[in-house]
Design a protein around this ligand. Structure first.
Ligand code: IPM
Ligand code: MN
Length: 354
């Protein structure tokens, strides 16, 4: 009997269902060719479901998800709902409850034409950000006191545990070794202003003693942003906090051509992990068939890689490469002139021709 993978799918809001559809069309093709099965279970949870039922992400859904092989998420966010409510419940909810402590965000330029920087090509922009994914200002420690009054006080704690910092740093060192490129790992923090970031500096140095073959670098987050634009070729593997990782990977996405291409894996090695684009739900484009699903398809590729279907993952990667390099593709924005399903068709066509 062929292998079968149980995938929990949260297509979500806005363009989430549109791009998820393309990702699963591609998955259907590569699973057919590769002789394995994708056994998909759809969950309706998202903003629409919340507006209809008042339900966000119940415990029994999390329990079902825990028994699956992976989670695939389209996008979450809807302007009709209180800012961040559903995102925190579902995206952060899955990250925290499944203890997905790694947020892996590759930054790879497929072709020079997508890059907003002058004279930079695919050889210059090929690095990976390892974002801590279960702590920091996202931990939910904080709140608003006397809200709406003149005495209002708002606070949110940045939490870093030794365990949380150490495991993500160790993962990043291992990844840098495995990538076997520049064999460099850069810690990005703001220890000059945020005293608590000292735990990152010390833990990085300590874990780094076990990796003498990996060059250790450090940059404050403000400088890291500057270097990402000025010398992106000097980056190889980056490890950083949850909040900074969120911010610098949007910058990274633009170096690749835009939010239409940037994907991520929320990972706990050896456990059920979640894969998603890094873009949001772009509600104004919902159902318009204009958004680029390459990020969503790349997330599916990362999912297959995590599941151990490396060949299928590689074929998606080569197909994306082929599509992105074809002459009539010049942008991944909603005005690219290539419709959502046409992007999917093109990737599938490339896979079949490999
Ligand atoms: C991301 C998103 C989320 C984050 C939001 C939607 C909570 O921006 O995955 O990068 O901040 O992590
Ligand atoms: Mn983000």
């Amino acid at each position: 009997m062929s292998k079968s993978y149980k995938i929990a799918v949260f297509a979500g809001d806005g363009i989430g269902p549109d791009v998820t559809k393309e990702a699963f069309r591609v998955l259907d093709v590569v699973s057919d060719l590769g002789g394995f099965q994708i056994d998909r279970t759809d969950f309706p949870h998202g903003s629409e479901h919340y507006l209809e039922t008042g339900e966000l992400l119940p415990e029994e859904v999390l329990d079902r998800v825990r028994s699956m092989d992976a989670v695939y998420l389209g996008a979450i966010g809807d302007p009709r709902v209180e800012v961040g409510l559903v995102e925190r419940a579902i995206i952060a909810g899955i990250r925290f409850n499944l203890d997905l402590y790694i947020n892996l965000r590759p930054i790879r330029l497929h072709s020079e034409k997508f890059c907003p920087l002058k004279d930079k090509g695919p050889d210059d922009i090929d690095f990976i950000v390892v974002r801590e994914n279960t702590e920091d200002a996202y931990a939910g420690i904080g709140g608003i006191f006397k809200e709406g009054t003149l005495d209002e006080v708002a606070m949110q704690q940045m939490i870093y545990t030794r365990k949380g910092v150490e495991r993500v740093i160790r993962y990043a060192f291992e990844l840098s070794r495995k990538r076997n490129r520049q064999k460099k790992l850069m810690l990005v923090d703001k220890a000059n202003a945020i005293r608590a970031h000292d735990i990152w500096t010390r833990t990085f140095a300590l874990v780094g003693e076990e990796y003498p073959d990996i060059q250790q670098e450090h940059a404050y987050v403000d400088a890291a942003c500057m270097w990402m634009i000025k010398n992106p070729e000097s980056f190889d593997t980056v490890v950083t906090t949850n909040l900074f990782g969120d911010i610098i990977t949007d910058l990274g996405a633009v170096l690749q051509g835009g939010m239409g291409v940037a994907a991520s894996g929320n990972i706990h090695p050896g456990r059920v992990s979640m894969f998603e684009s890094i873009h949001g739900s772009a509600p104004k484009y919902k159902g318009k068939n204009v958004c680029c699903p390459i990020a969503a398809i790349t997330a599916a590729q990362m999912m297959l890689d995590h599941l151990g279907e490396e060949n299928a993952a590689c074929s998606i990667e080569s197909a994306i490469e082929g599509v992105m390099r074809s002459d009539d593709v010049t942008s991944v924005s909603a005005s690219s002139g290539v419709s959502t399903d046409e992007w999917g068709d093109r990737v599938i066509e490339q896979i079949r021709s490999l």
